[in-house]
Design a protein around this ligand. Structure first.
Ligand code: SF4
Length: 526
């Protein structure tokens, strides 16, 4: 069906959409999903917000700082409405889910808030906001570019009767729908009574339901890279770490059908994309019928044309001997493991509800390193968790010294409303100055360790997959199997190629290098 020809006269111009993503890899992947949904509905994807009719700010709620940034950004985007009053500004993702209708109250120029389980209903929501911009009736999954509807997820396509559109806040017209507790003038995705639609009235829409089966099966994504593809295999999380908002914004763990995942990976390989990154909140807890994560990883690694497989983020408790055996024996699985530790003292780990001890974690590290001695390890650390003593903080520094990670993402504890840690006694919260000082100490230590490790690699020849142009003119950036970035002289025609590069120097974090030849055929051909 040619969607453009189904549009009404005043909407003949092809509408443009822009998705701006903040946060983790899962969010980047969700951004690609939304782009795919919008493109399938006839939207052109804009490169800049200034060119767009619909701007979706795809957000993260993990840290307060990220939320403040998003609020500031949305405020900036509001200025575009001066020249383009019918511009739709929407906020999607974890922050939209966390703040919900309060976000509409705080930013009245935002017309759409949509949580991570709501994207299938994006076309319906936009149709509610701007009748005539989208063809009637085609939900995500039915439009051009989508896979056959017969293969849709259990949630499938369904109407959005719950989006009883109501007049905007401040309108003289009384709301016609509404949920107990919903702010007046906001249509929510929760059941409403009435549900009459004022098509001409300005509306705002909140889609915030959890969909226990939604894994976006059957929808095409618009991939942002021709070198590496994100493949979400799982959504949500069944762990309940006390500092983490994810279980409250993304719900419980939902795993995709392995056959669909493999079909997607084969499609990626057929497009000539050589690397896949399997994504999940606790990716290695994946389970579906007879399939577990090691089995899936092996099957993905054996897909013809896939030369590199990575996965993130695993939970230490789900690192098993079978997983390590697959990592050690499948040539396409990268020798790199991100293994979040969060803290180096048992008392802190217990209060974080991480469900392992320092000794148990170190045992996993030993198991991995004895099977794969040259594996590159990275981690996440949170310092100044409420109640963390100086001694406990020092234990985290000791752990970094003991493991010697190749890379680490280091954070200060940031309270998120609704998480159990925020209910710890106030006097346990670490003063800002102390928290900042701990963060600076842990950063300094990790930089030192990382620089030592990287200096030891200078002179080696490694294989890189060329990703993109570097900022410095005439240089390209490639990534090693161990996830390290190398800049070397070359042109954009090298993107997507595997090259052997000799490491000639390091800044401590990244490398410079020179090409010594083409890469080897390391990927398995089934
Ligand atoms: Fe959050 Fe813990 Fe789940 Fe990771 S494992 S997403 S930190 S609850």
């Amino acid at each position: 069906m040619d969607l453009l020809h189904t549009m009404t006269h005043d909407s003949v111009r092809r509408r443009r959409a822009y998705v701006e993503t903040y946060g983790c890899q899962m969010n980047i992947s969700d951004g690609e999903l939304m782009q795919g949904i919008l493109a399938a509905q006839g939207f052109e994807l804009a490169d800049r917000p200034e060119e767009a009719d619909v701007i979706l700010v795809n957000t993260c709620a993990v840290r307060e700082h990220a939320e403040q940034r998003v609020l500031g950004r949305v405020g900036q985007l509001r200025k575009l409405k001066k020249h383009r009053p019918d511009l739709v500004i929407g906020v999607t993702g974890c922050m939209a889910q966390r703040m919900g209708e309060a976000l509409l109250e705080r930013a009245p120029y935002v017309e759409l808030v949509m949580g991570p389980d709501g994207y299938r209903r994006l076309p319906d929501a936009l149709r509610n906001l701007r009748p005539g911009w989208l063809p009637a009736g085609a939900g995500a999954g039915d439009a051009a570019g989508a896979r056959p509807a017969a293969r849709a997820a259990p949630a499938g396509r369904r109407e959005l009767p719950v989006l009883g559109a109501v007049p905007a806040a401040g309108s003289a017209t009384a709301p016609v729908g509404g949920t107990a507790g919903a702010m007046p003038g906001v249509a929510t995705s929760r059941p409403v009574s009435g549900g009459g639609v004022h098509a001409t009235a300005p509306q705002r829409v909140a889609v915030l339901d959890f969909e226990p089966h939604e894994n976006y099966e059957g929808l095409e994504v618009r991939r942002g890279s021709r070198v590496s593809a994100w493949v979400p295999i799982q959504r949500g999380c069944n762990y309940r770490c006390t500092y983490c908002i994810v279980p409250y914004t993304r719900g419980s763990e939902k795993n995709r059908d392995p056959e669909r995942i493999l079909e997607e990976v084969r499609g990626i390989a057929a497009q000539g994309i050589p690397e896949v990154v399997l994504l999940g909140q606790t990716v290695n807890s994946y389970e579906h019928g007879e399939w577990d994560f090691p089995r899936l990883l092996r099957a993905v690694a054996r897909v013809d044309g896939i030369r590199r497989v990575r996965f993130t983020s695993p939970h230490p408790n789900d690192v098993s001997e079978r997983l390590v055996e697959v990592m050690a024996t499948e040539p396409a699985v990268c020798r790199q493991l991100h293994l979040p530790v969060q803290a180096g003292h048992d008392r802190t780990l217990k209060r974080m509800l991480r469900r392992y001890t320092v000794a148990g974690y170190l045992e996993k590290v030993r198991m991995v390193r004895s099977a794969i001695p040259d594996i590159a390890l990275s981690t996440d650390v949170i310092v100044a968790f409420p109640g963390e003593t100086e001694e406990e903080f020092e234990a985290t520094l000791d752990l970094l010294r003991a493991v010697r990670y190749d890379d680490a993402f280091l954070y200060r504890y940031s309270p998120r409303d609704g998480t159990p840690a925020t209910r710890l006694p106030r006097e346990q919260f670490i003063p800002d100055a102390v928290a900042q000082e701990r963060l600076e100490r842990v950063i300094a230590l990790q930089r030192k360790i990382q620089a030592e490790i990287n200096r030891g690699e200078v002179g080696r020849t490694v294989e890189v997959l060329v990703e993109r142009e570097a900022r410095s003119e005439g240089d390209m950036l490639g990534r090693t199997e161990s996830n390290k970035v190398v800049a070397f002289p070359g042109g954009p025609e090298l993107v997507g190629r595997f090259l052997r590069v000799r490491l000639t120097g390091t800044t401590g974090a990244t490398f410079t290098g020179e090409v010594v030849g083409p890469g080897e055929e390391v990927g398995r051909v089934a």
